[in-house]
Write a protein of this length. Structure first.
Length: 238
């Protein structure tokens, strides 16, 4: 694993462990909830940067890197819905996939059955965003390898989450009210430009409108990775 240093809410450094080939993050106890808003945005960028790296399939049961006991599969609830991870029963930390981390931070959601049916007309097979296994949109309602729901980056949620995180980071690092207002206006302007570039109406953005059949490096499209790329190119270009 690669050690990545990020900032906490109070500015102290946090060292997390990231495995790019496996698309997973190891957080010691309470590290994930301690990340500053800017650090969440930084992880968003790093996850996108790893999109073309080799991808390993994870085994169903993984051992804790601290005490070597088997990690327990756990489901938790965030503002955007349920997300899953594997935790150490001895309290050493938790292992979470890139996709589930983005779900925890309110960037992605599960597709509804009618959306999967509509997408299957254009794309027959995709890659699971959690484990990398193949998913047939014609026959599968979830990943047959890890059980994860078919997920997509929610455009409206990304705009809202990135703007909120950016505003919180400015508030944390820059107490000047004038600069805070300028940052909020800049975030809203960037979101508006993104909607214009993508041709998405402001009132009802369509999370599948930008989706293409472009394949990933493995030959299968990853809906979350494609969404991250679209969001970063439109929202974080400047």
């Amino acid at each position: 694993m690669e050690c990545v240093e990020l900032a906490s809410h109070i500015g102290t450094p946090i060292e997390i462990d990231v495995c790019l080939p496996c698309h997973v993050i190891w957080f010691d106890n309470m590290e994930s909830t301690s990340l500053s808003p800017g650090s969440v945005i930084e992880m968003f960028k790093r996850i996108h940067a790893a999109r073309d790296d080799g991808r390993n399939l994870l085994k169903m049961v993984v051992d804790c890197p601290r005490c070597a006991t088997s990690l327990k599969n756990t489901t938790d609830l965030a503002k955007g819905g349920h997300f899953s991870y594997s935790r150490c029963a001895n309290g050493h930390g938790r292992l979470i996939s890139f996709t589930q981390f983005l779900r925890e931070k309110n960037f992605i959601r599960s597709l509804q059955p009618f959306e999967i049916s509509a997408l299957s007309i254009k794309v027959k097979q995709i890659r699971c965003s959690s484990c990398g296994g193949p998913i047939s949109l014609e026959t599968d309602k979830a990943c047959t390898h890890c059980g994860s729901a078919i997920s997509v980056l929610d455009e409206a949620a990304v705009e809202k989450a990135l703007a909120a995180l950016h505003a919180k980071e400015v508030q944390r690092t820059t107490p000047d009210p004038a600069l805070m207002n300028e940052s909020l206006l800049s975030a809203e302007a960037s979101a508006h430009r993104a909607r214009l570039l993508q041709g998405v109406p402001h009132k009802q953005p369509g999370p599948l409108d930008w989706l293409s059949t472009t394949s990933s490096s493995s030959g299968l499209a990853d809906l979350v990775e494609l969404g991250i790329g679209a969001a970063l190119s439109a929202l974080l270009s400047d």
